[in-house]
Ligand binder design. Structure first.
Ligand SMILES: [Zn+2]
Length: 165
């Protein structure tokens, strides 16, 4: 069973998922034996814990427990997400789109009347028409990215929480 499914079952079991995600994953569990087994184990563990009756602790038991705990307790980590090619394909498409846009923008800009006067400017001389448009795109892109950062951050968190099979 992959890591995603384990995390999803845990979320389902502790009722941390809602709506569409939950329904989708319930459908998956119905067809997947390893997920069913894992869910079964969780249920058994919980019923075992429920049967556990409270004991009245001895007066010095807290000190005794603390003495037995090692100073560096190992905390279980959240399992890493599985590798996906999808973001790479998105980036490749985005890059192709940007390059084509820059090329089209450059051909349009070079037709504008002010381009004639810009052509003699030292920056244009140094970088060429294509270079100048690329620099322009970078400046605009930086501003857009800064403006979108809070949204992108939220999207990334949603993406990480989304269920994939
Ligand atoms: Zn499964």
């Amino acid at each position: 069973m992959d890591h995603h499914n384990k995390n999803n079952i845990l979320a389902l079991f502790y009722q941390e998922t809602t709506g569409q995600n939950q329904q989708k994953f319930m459908q998956h569990i119905q067809q997947c034996e390893s997920c069913q087994e894992y869910l079964d184990t969780l249920k058994k563990t919980e019923s075992l814990l429920n049967e556990w009756t409270d004991e009245i602790p001895l007066t010095d038991s807290f000190d005794a427990i603390m003495q037995n705990i090692s100073p560096i307790a190992i905390r279980p980590k959240q399992l890493p997400p599985d590798f996906s090619f999808r973001p790479i394909i998105h980036i490749a498409f985005a890059l192709a789109f940007i390059v084509i846009s820059i090329y089209l923008a450059q051909t349009k800009i070079s037709l504008l009347p002010f381009w004639q006067s810009l052509k003699d400017w030292w920056l244009v001389q140094a970088f060429g028409g294509f270079g100048i448009v690329i620099i322009l795109f970078f400046c605009i892109g930086t501003f857009i990215t800064l403006a979108l950062t809070p949204i992108l951050f939220l999207k990334t968190r949603q993406f990480n929480n989304a269920i994939s099979y």
